[in-house]
Write a protein that binds this ligand. Structure first.
Ligand code: NAP
Length: 245
């Protein structure tokens, strides 16, 4: 196949945690030109409406913090679509707790859902990418991994870990033509921030040079660009309205 023809072919893209929030917006945007496997765990009804409304979206239920479930999901993708071109490690959970109140269970929970999940999904997908000598891995980290968040030590550590994972793996996989990057969002209007009050939102807007709160589509546009790009790897790109510079 001609090189240009191959570039224009739809890519097979797995997005973890795509039933809601940022992952859902990424799925909607990327489905215009690609085949999307939108992973979900608990929000089955939301995942079903995503599939119903978007022809190129397939959905798959898996808890990405469980190795066996991840393995079965990747097997399903390879059997049905023959390959996996792009993995977007987006699934994640929040944890607002004073450091002294964090239990061992809390710590393992935040690490498993935010960091171990990315390790598992990436590792299980990699065999196919290595065979194809092509791939793109995008990790959705956070500004908290860069600047730290008060009452979010576990979350910040997991997200900083994700950025370290990105940089190390980019070096290891560059020679195999597999790019690995992080996108570190600032404050985005999703369920994850549903606990914030009107006053909290106003304060965040005031601290943000662009004077507004981000939307899922702001992150999706950057993902779309990274999927098409060919010379960016090992980077942490922070989409945050300027709140962290
Ligand atoms: P959200 O609205 O709470 O959605 C989280 C998504 O992750 C849901 O689709 C959920 O699926 C999925 N998920 C969580 N644990 C999972 C698991 N074990 N297996 C499979 N899916 C799982 O959150 P969001 O704001 O869109 O956040 C998306 C990513 O961006 C997260 O990694 C988050 O840390 C990061 N981020 C968000 C912000 C922000 O301000 N919103 C800022 C920085 C970084 P189900 O509901 O189906 O279980």
């Amino acid at each position: 196949m001609e090189e240009n023809q191959e570039k224009n072919m739809p890519k097979v893209i797995l997005i973890t945690g795509a039933s809601r929030g940022i992952g859902r917006e990424i799925a909607k945007l990327l489905s215009k030109n690609n085949i999307i496997i939108a992973n979900y765990n608990k929000s089955e009804e939301k995942a079903k409406t995503l599939k119903l409304e978007n022809a190129n979206i397939d959905i798959y239920k898996a808890d990405v913090s469980k190795r066996e479930e991840v393995r079965n999901m990747i097997k399903y993708i390879i059997e049905k679509y023959g390959k996996i071109d792009v993995v977007i490690n987006n699934a994640g959970i929040d944890q607002e707790k004073m450091f002294q109140d964090i239990t061992d269970e809390d710590w393992h929970n935040i690490m498993e859902n935010n960091l171990y999940s990315a390790f598992c999904v990436t590792q299980e997908s990699l065999k196919n990418m290595l065979e194809n000598k092509s791939g793109c891995i995008i990790n959705i980290s956070s500004i908290y991994g860069i600047s730290g968040g008060s009452c979010a030590v576990g979350y910040s550590a997991a997200k900083a870990g994700m950025d370290g994972f990105t940089k190390a793996l980019a070096k290891e996989l560059g020679p195999s033509n597999i790019r690995v990057n992080s996108i570190a969002p600032g404050c985005i209007n999703t369920d994850m921030n549903a606990y914030l009050t009107e006053a909290d939102w106003d304060e965040i807007k005031e601290e943000t040079p662009l004077g507004k709160i981000g939307e899922g589509i702001d992150i999706a546009r950057c993902v779309d660009w990274l999927v098409k790009d060919e010379f960016t790897t090992g980077q942490v790109i922070s989409i945050n309205g300027g709140i962290v510079i």
